[in-house]
Structures are given as C-alpha cells and as structure tokens.
Write a protein that binds this ligand. Structure first.
Ligand code: FES
Length: 208
C-alpha cells in the first residue's frame, strides 16, 4: 500500500529503522493526501528518539518526511508546550500550577522540587543533567491536587513539599518512586476514605 510520496532531506537526524516503520504506520491512519495530520505523532517520535527534545534538524526531518514546509512544523513545535527545543534533564518534573493545585500549595511543591534538584530558576536544568523543573497548566488530576507529572508519563498526586523532595532524592538515587496518590488513597476518593458504596471492595472497583 502506498503511504505517500516524500523526500527526506539530508539532515543530522534520521529515524531509527524501528521508528521509521512506526512513522509510516502513523501516516496510514489518515486519508491519502492528508499525511501531514500525523505531524504530532512524528514529532513525539522524533523528540523521544532525540533524548527528549527537538533539534532543528529533527524538526526539519519531520517536515521533509511529511512533505510540509519546515516553517509549518516549526509553528506546531512552538505552539504546543509538550515539545521542547532545548535539552531537558533526564527527569522533567512538571508541577501543575492551575487553580486546584495552586490553592492546595503548588507554589511550595515547586520550591521544594527546585531546592532538592539544585535548580534556582524554573525551566532550568540541574548541573548534573538529571532534573528540569517546570510549571504547567492543569493536567486533569485536580481531585488529587497538588500534583506533578514526570516526563511524559507518571503522575505523582496528593503531594506535600516533603514528599516531593523525597521523590527527587529517590530519582537521584536511581530508584523508581511509586506514582499515583502519595497518601495512598484510591483514585479520587475522599481523603478520609470512601463515604458511599462502602460495601464494594477496592479490587472490584478496579483500583487495587
Ligand atoms: S489544577 Fe492541577 S491537575 Fe488540575
């Protein structure tokens, strides 16, 4: 099946054979002639392969791959905050600062993470290259505020400044801190435990 016609330009970036196959499979999800719709998928792929950020060659490689003018892809990259044009630390801590998290103390979570990571300015990367700390807008876990997201994956919820610092130390030590609620509550149940449907066992709610 013909995917599309494209000319990949000569750049310092190229998809690995595995990512090349993935990129082609993403493009088949769109009607013929609409392969540019796969741009977000391909940028994510390129960002992941490039160590968590998009260099100009990587952006322009994706543009060539999709037969798009490079400026169109630069526009996408500069619009969405989940694309990064500078190297990030190995652990990118993104603290939510929107209303629910803010009223529950996100400012203190940010300070605590920065102090533990050895960072003096938001968005900075620690000298050891291990940590970047940023503030982001609502990540959809408002019930368990305050919280942060680690890289493109786990959520750490119901944080306190002390627990946030501990998580940073665990990451520094090469450990894998347990994601989810840091107080042990199930999903978004009340802090004091379930008050309704209490006869239903945790494992039958799919949370245990
Ligand atoms: S306000 Fe922080 S997750 Fe929604």
């Amino acid at each position: 099946m013909k995917v599309t016609t494209y000319q990949v330009p000569e750049t310092d970036f190229q998809f690995t054979p595995e990512n090349l196959e993935l990129a082609k499979s993403y493009m088949t999800r769109y009607p013929e002639g609409r392969q540019a719709s796969a741009v977000i998928w391909l940028l994510y792929l390129a960002q992941e392969q490039n160590g968590g950020w998009l260099s100009v060659p990587a952006i322009e490689y994706v543009a060539g791959f999709l037969n798009m003018a490079p400026i169109r892809v630069h526009e996408v990259v500069s619009f969405y905050t989940m694309f990064y044009t500078e190297p990030r630390g190995k652990h990118h801590i993104q603290v939510c600062r929107t209303t629910s998290c803010w009223v529950r103390g996100s400012d203190d979570i940010v300070k605590s993470c920065m102090q533990a990571a050895g960072i003096s300015k938001l968005g900075e990367t620690s000298e050891d290259g291990l940590f970047t700390v940023s503030e982001v807008e609502c990540l959809g876990a408002c019930c368990n505020a305050p919280m942060f997201q680690l890289n493109e994956g786990d959520y750490f919820e119901d944080l306190t400044p002390e627990r946030a610092a501990e998580i940073v130390e665990e990451l520094r030590a090469g450990k894998t801190p347990k994601p989810g609620s840091q107080t042990g509550r199930l999903s978004s149940e009340p802090e004091g435990g379930a008050t309704t449907l209490t006869e239903i066992q945790a494992d039958s709610r799919g949370d245990a």
